[in-house]
Every structure is written in structure tokens, then in C-alpha cells.
Design a binder for this molecule. Structure first.
Ligand code: HEM
Length: 484
């Protein structure tokens, strides 16, 4: 009997200690216990999904309101077009980029257009839209683009014909030269190594956004440890790149104001501010176009019937001109007539938007059209990647790559509401380089499809993304390029 009481007392003590320890752990661990937050903290979503955006797409599609919450990140993610219109247009003033965004991306982007609000934003947007919106600039952009394609991209591909190459890398290099020539009027010759630093800076900066608490990365930054140490080194290199571009532009003179940087130099004398502007435009123009194009060639390798239709359309539009030269460069007018090519671009970006998720911060408490209560300071993000894969928006064939969905019975391209297709954002602050970006994608796609066979080294390859400000493939995309 005594032994029995002894064991009972010991068991009870252990049980009490267990309950007490659990209470302390719960007290010290304020993290939410909901299924989504637990899957986020433990990364258990990886058991079913390769890519984080695919997990979000799954959660958002299955949510009755198409809204989900990652409580531990104080993050509400939306995918209902009505909610998007609310935050991007109707209550735009309540959803600025906000201070948390400046903190996360500030070391890389400084006061650049992507992360500022108010006067700084209005000033940069006004000057940039004067430049990017001008009709004369389109012709200039087209000329620069075709030069970079014919003088750099095509010769590089001919040299490596038959060998395996990383096409993501090829297209990033192309976009880098193109945006430097177009936006800054300089050639980034010899600056290739620095483009890699730009990749590291972009990916580590966006990893910060995945930390459940800012304290984590702030402490690492203070102590100059791990990823923060790499970020610091990468940003130093990016600064050298930006300074070189500014110095080069100043050397050439900037009186004719034919490029974006010259236009800014006419109004800004602070070199640090110019550096921030240069870095933002590099990010805007290089990575988005390269990302969209890389996936375009993946989709062409998987859908030879679509590639064949692009060629048919090109033959029809270029017509007679092909009899004298099979590699004729289309005029802007001819490119505009290629409705199917336009549809392929929109369809590519629907399934694989270069900006997969985009965040704002609530300035004050609010209620979204779906009834979701948003507390001041909440990060509210919309998710173009998930929205491109939603049956409620695109119908039962939403996961199929079907360019025809963008064409009417006469084969003419028909756009949809930008709140359903926010690939270039929507509302008050949409992308300023949409036309430029689409033009670059179409020129490269058209030229390379006409001249080369581009096939995946491993036909079963599928995209595996890493965290980044724009969609970036983990180990690139190995392809073999051969001349047609
Ligand atoms: C396929 C190509 C492109 C895509 C998908 C794209 C997408 C986007 C998206 C989603 C945003 C909103 C980002 C945010 O607010 O966080 C944005 C903003 C912007 N984009 Fe693009 N972009 C592309 C190409 C370009 C190009 C080529 C340029 C410049 C030459 C450019 C210039 C800008 C600028 C300046 C903004 C900031 C607008 C503002 O905050 O007022 N974009 N873009």
C-alpha cells in the first residue's frame, strides 16, 4: 500500500511539473497554434508542396472568402478581386508600403520608388511616367532592345549552340544590359560579377520578410552574422555598380535627357538619392522581364503546339519580307499585329507572375469587402500567383496553359480587369514599365523562337522557386539551344 501511495505521489508530481512546464512554454512561446501558422513555423507545408506560393495558392483557393491569415507574421493574404480593388484603389491611402517595408528593404532600395510613400513616391512616379509614357521613348526602347538581342543575345546563343546553358542566367544577363542601356544610357560592360551581388542582395532582403520577428534579422545585422553579413557585402558591390553607372552617365553628359537617369539627374543633385533610383529601376526592369521570359521558354518546351502557332502567326504577319530574309526583325506595328503572341505572354504571366506576392501595411483599422477585420499595422498582401490558379476567376481549366482564353472569336486579344489579373499591380500604383516589359518579352520570344530550338536538358524539370523580390529559380533552368 505504501509503495502504491509512493508511486501515486511521484506520478502526480511529474504530472504537475509537466502541466507547469507546458504553461511556461506556452507563456514564453506566444506563437499561434492554428494549423496554418504551425505549418509555416515547422515548414511542414514542404511535405506536400515544393514551392511556398503553391501552398498559399492551395490555402487561398480553399478559403471560402479567398482570404487567409498567417497570424505569427501579422499577415493577411487576399485573393478576391473585390478585396484587391479595395486596398489598391478605394482605400489606397490606408494601405501604403509603410515603415515595415522600408525597414525590410531599406538597406538595398534606400529611398527608391518601390518602398517609399508620399512626396518621394509622387516625385519619382511623376518623372518616371513622363519618361516611360512618352511615345518617342517606345521607339527608342525598341531600337535598344533589338540591338541588344542582335548584338549580344543571338551571338552568345550561337556560340553555345548544342551545349547545356542556364537560360535563367542568359536572360538575366540580357535584361541587365538592356535595362542599363535603356534606363541609364550606359553599357554595363565588365560589371557582370556585380549582377550576382544584386541577386544575393535581393534574395536575402526578401528572406527578412519571412522572419516571424524583425528582431531576428535586426540582431544578425547588428552582429554582422550569416545572411546579414552576406547582404552587407552584396550591397557594397551593388553600390559600386550604381556609382559606376552614375559616374559614366555624368561623363557622357545628360543634356539630351533621352534616358530615365538623365531625366532624374536634371532634378536631383544628391548622389545617394540617384543611387537609390538606379537600384530600383535595375530591379524593376531586369528581374521581372528575365523571370517572365525564362518561364515562357519552359512553357514552350512543354507545349510545342503553342510554339508552332507563334511561328505560323509570325509567318503570316511578316509575309513577303521573309522571302528575302528568314530572320527579318518585325517592326513595332507588325509585332502589335501578333495577337496570339500577346495572348501567350499574358497566359505565361498568369500562371507564373514575376511578382508572386506583394505587400502593403494597414495605416488604420479597416474592414475588407469580404468582412475581414484588419487591424492597424497588419501586413495585407495580394497574391497574383494564387489568383492566376483560381477556378473562381479562370474556370475549371485554370491550371492549363491555354493562350486561347485571351482571344475572342475573331482571334483578337481581350484583356481582363487588373483586379483579377494583378500581375502588373492595379489601382493607383500600377507598374510603370508594363508596356516596356511586354515589348521586351515579345521581341526576345519572337526572335528566339524563329531562330532556335530551346529544349530542357531534363524534360521532367519543373520550376523550383527561392524566396526573392521577383520569382527566381533555385538552380536556374538548364536548356540546350540549337539553331533551327
Ligand atoms: C514583365 C515585366 C514586369 C512585371 C510583371 C512588373 C510588375 C510590377 C509590379 C507587380 C509592380 C508593383 C510592385 C510594388 O508596388 O511592390 C511594379 C511596379 C513598378 N514597375 Fe514593373 N513590372 C515589369 C516590368 C517593368 C519594367 C521593364 C520597368 C521599367 C522599365 C518597370 C517599372 C516599374 C516601376 C517604376 C514600378 C513602381 C511603380 C510605383 O511604385 O509607383 N516594370 N511592376
Amino acid at each position: 500500500m505504501e509503495l502504491y501511495i509512493f508511486f501515486l505521489t511521484i506520478s502526480f508530481s511529474f504530472f504537475s511539473c509537466y502541466i507547469f512546464a507546458k504553461k511556461i512554454i506556452n507563456y514564453l512561446n506566444p506563437w499561434c497554434k492554428c494549423e496554418i501558422c504551425q505549418a509555416f513555423i515547422t515548414s511542414s507545408w514542404r511535405e506536400k508542396f515544393t514551392n511556398l506560393p503553391d501552398w498559399y495558392a492551395h490555402l487561398l483557393s480553399n478559403s471560402p472568402t479567398k482570404t487567409i491569415h498567417i497570424h505569427i507574421m501579422n499577415n493577411t493574404i487576399i485573393a478576391d478581386p473585390k478585396n484587391l480593388e479595395h486596398i489598391l484603389r478605394a482605400r489606397f491611402d490606408n494601405y501604403p508600403k509603410g515603415k515595415p517595408m522600408s525597414a525590410i528593404l531599406g538597406d538595398l532600395l534606400g529611398q527608391g520608388i518601390f518602398i517609399v510613400d508620399g512626396e518621394h513616391w509622387r516625385f519619382q512616379r511623376k518623372l518616371a511616367s513622363l519618361e516611360l509614357g512618352a511615345v518617342s521613348v517606345r521607339a527608342y526602347a525598341y531600337e535598344v532592345l533589338n540591338n541588344v538581342v542582335e548584338e549580344r543575345l543571338v551571338p552568345d546563343l550561337l556560340t553555345s549552340s548544342g551545349e547545356a546553358v542556364d537560360f535563367q542566367d542568359v536572360l538575366k544577363k540580357f535584361s541587365f544590359v538592356n535595362i542599363c542601356r535603356f534606363s541609364f544610357g550606359v553599357d554595363p560592360e565588365g560589371l557582370d560579377g556585380l549582377a550576382g551581388a544584386f541577386d544575393i542582395a535581393s534574395s536575402v532582403s526578401s528572406e527578412r520578410a519571412l522572419c516571424p520577428s524583425q528582431l531576428v534579422w535586426r540582431a544578425k545585422r547588428l552582429l554582422n552574422l550569416g545572411s546579414e553579413r552576406r547582404l552587407k557585402a552584396a550591397i557594397s558591390k551593388v553600390n559600386i555598380l550604381a556609382e559606376n553607372i552614375i559616374r559614366e552617365r555624368k561623363k557622357k553628359g545628360f543634356n539630351n535627357k533621352s534616358d530615365l537617369l538623365s531625366r532624374f539627374m536634371g532634378s536631383v543633385s544628391d548622389d545617394k538619392y540617384l543611387r537609390d533610383i538606379v537600384v530600383s529601376f535595375l530591379l524593376a526592369g531586369r528581374d521581372t522581364v528575365a523571370s517572365g521570359l525564362t518561364i515562357f521558354f519552359y512553357l514552350m518546351a512543354r507545349n510545342p503546339n503553342v510554339e508552332a502557332r507563334i511561328l505560323e502567326e509570325s509567318d503570316r504577319v511578316l509575309g513577303q519580307r521573309l522571302s528575302s530574309c528568314n530572320t527579318a526583325i518585325p517592326t513595332m506595328e507588325e509585332l502589335r499585329k501578333m495577337e496570339y503572341l500577346q495572348a501567350v505572354m499574358y497566359e505565361t504571366l498568369r500562371l507564373y507572375p514575376p511578382v508572386q506576392m506583394d505587400s502593403k501595411f494597414a495605416k488604420n483599422d479597416d474592414v475588407l469587402p469580404d468582412g475581414t477585420h484588419v487591424k492597424k499595422g497588419t501586413r495585407v498582401a495580394y497574391h497574383p500567383y494564387a489568383m492566376g490558379r483560381m477556378e473562381t476567376i479562370w474556370g475549371p481549366d485554370c491550371l492549363e496553359f491555354k493562350p486561347e482564353r485571351w482571344l475572342n472569336d475573331e482571334g483578337v486579344f481581350v484583356p481582363v480587369s487588373p483586379y483579377k489579373y494583378p500581375v502588373f499591380q492595379a489601382g493607383v500604383r500600377p507598374c510603370l514599365g508594363k508596356d516596356m516589359g511586354l515589348l521586351a518579352m515579345k521581341v526576345v520570344a519572337h526572335t528566339l523562337v524563329r531562330r532556335f530550338h530551346i529544349r530542357l536538358v531534363d524534360p521532367s524539370w519543373s520550376p523550383h522557386f527561392v524566396p526573392g523580390l521577383t520569382a527566381t529559380l533555385k538552380d536556374g533552368m538548364p536548356v540546350v539551344v540549337t539553331e533551327r
